[in-house]
Design a binder for this molecule. Structure first.
Ligand SMILES: [Zn+2]
Length: 156
């Protein structure tokens, strides 16, 4: 930090086209912090490039450090609010997505259960038919054996 030893700084006003903390003057030079020595703004810090300090009659970027910081805070605050809004929107979208996926899983479960029930019923039908067929076979066998026995009884 160096001293700005001129009464000219009192004529300088904050530049409206610039916002927040500057890093470079529009002349291309880097911005440095200086301390005002004027009666109006004693010890008040401001931003200025080297050329601006050397050639005080020339137009170079000028802004008070406190004002620039206030602006920066407001800008960050705005960005922060926008971020919070974005996060809320993303959360909402994700929740909606989760709901859609939940519905899809539920639908899939219902369909799978229906299909499973269908298969079980079919298998049961097949098994039942099989049992009926085997009991028919048994009945047929019993009949045949009984007939043979009856025939044997007749013959012998
Ligand atoms: Zn400059």
């Amino acid at each position: 930090m160096s001293q700005f030893s001129s009464s000219e700084s009192s004529q300088l006003t904050s530049n409206a086209t610039h916002r927040g903390v500057p890093s470079r003057c529009w002349c291309g030079h880097k911005i440095t912090t200086y301390t005002s020595t004027t009666d109006e703004n004693p010890y008040r810090r401001f931003y200025r490039c080297v050329q601006g300090v050397k050639k005080q009659k020339e137009k170079h970027l000028f802004c008070w450090v406190d004002e620039a910081h206030l602006e920066e805070i407001r800008m960050v605050d705005k960005k922060h609010n926008k971020l919070v809004e974005d996060v809320n929107n993303i959360r909402k979208m994700m929740m909606e997505n989760v709901e859609v996926q939940k519905k899809m899983v539920e639908d899939m479960n219902t369909k799978m259960n229906e299909k499973l029930n269908e298969i079980i019923e079919q298998e049961l039908m097949v098994a039942k038919n099989g049992v009926e067929k085997s009991s028919m076979k048994t009945l047929l066998l019993v009949t045949v054996v009984a007939s043979i026995a009856w025939l044997c009884g007749k013959v012998f």
